[in-house]
Design a protein around this ligand. Structure first.
Ligand code: HEM
Length: 269
């Protein structure tokens, strides 16, 4: 996870989306590593000094990026958002900052943890991985199956119930905080027969790993594409890669609601 998820995926995303240099990437990656800490702070408690420092540095850098783009626009989403702010006054400064911050943060953590989940599944199912190496055209559908089973967090962001209701026998009262799971429906046996079975030929449709409705992940195509390219290259370049410890047991951590594989020790030869 340190050598692959945290570098390859993160570097590729920050390069591709915002064309960041090494110094800037280091600032964003440092904040990305601290994000889980934000979810452990209890209501009313202050953030730790390290968390505040990392947040402040990222905020400063985003302000500089916004100023740079105003002088020299580029064909990227930041320039588009700034245009929306400046031309039609559709976003205020705070919203502009939050959009850039949210998109960079969301892309980094979700994609690297989904890539880790995909590698773990592929490297614990040798026969299926070999089929992909023999026919790389199968890889995009195989990544969809990886995303179904083990990629993303087990909670979405919180919602507040607008009326009393009942879901699957659980009463929910108006005003309650609700965190639906995007992962649970992916294991629904009525939709995905024998749901625990990993099958690169399954071609799962309607997985909920990217949420649903108005907040459906804006980066779903970028996330899927990044992982597909990263896995395709890795399988081609290191066909003998394997999990180094046959008794390896996955350990998950990260922010509350996240499935972030803590490590995946691999040998590449
Ligand atoms: C495989 C990788 C990814 C996974 C599994 C993933 C998963 C998700 C999920 C489940 C949600 C919905 C959360 C909710 O409903 O509360 C979401 C929202 C979001 N994602 Fe992703 N994501 C991925 C990649 C990305 C990328 C690459 C970007 C940025 C380019 C991104 C940006 C966002 C943003 C900004 C939202 C919030 C959308 C909104 O609230 O309207 N994600 N993502």
């Amino acid at each position: 996870m340190k050598d692959y998820g945290a570098h390859l995926v993160v570097d590729a995303l920050l390069d591709a989306m915002v064309n960041m240099d090494e110094r800037r990437k280091a600032i964003f990656v440092a904040f990305h590593d601290m994000i889980p800490g934000t979810t452990y702070v209890k209501p009313g408690e202050p953030w730790s000094p390290e968390l505040r420092r990392a947040f402040a540095r990222t905020m400063e850098e985003i302000k500089v990026i916004i100023d740079e783009r105003r002088v020299g626009p580029r064909p990227d989403f930041i320039s588009d958002l700034i245009n929306a702010r400046d031309a039609g006054d559709k976003l205020n400064d705070r919203e502009l900052f939050d959009q850039i911050f949210g998109i960079c943060g969301a892309s980094l953590s979700a994609t690297s943890r989904a890539a880790g989940g995909a590698l773990y599944l592929l490297h614990t199912h040798d026969d299926q991985r070999h089929q992909l190496m023999g026919d790389p055209l199968l890889i995009p559908d195989a990544i969809e199956e990886c995303l179904r089973l083990g990629s993303n967090g087990y909670f979405t962001f919180p919602r507040i119930a607008r009326r009393d209701t009942e879901v699957g026998g659980t009463r929910i009262l108006k005003g309650m905080v609700v965190r639906p799971s995007p992962l649970a429906p992916n294991y629904d046996p009525d939709v995905f027969p024998d749901p625990l079975r990993f099958d690169v030929h399954r071609k799962p449709k309607r997985i909920l790993s990217f949420g649903a409705g108005p907040h459906h992940c804006v980066g779903n195509i970028l996330g899927r594409t990044t992982i597909t390219i990263a896995v395709t290259r890795l399988l081609a370049r290191f066909p003998k890669a394997h999990i180094s410890d046959p008794k390896f047991t996955p350990l998950y951590g990260g922010a509350v609601g996240e499935l972030r594989l803590q490590s995946l020790p691999m040998r590449i030869h």
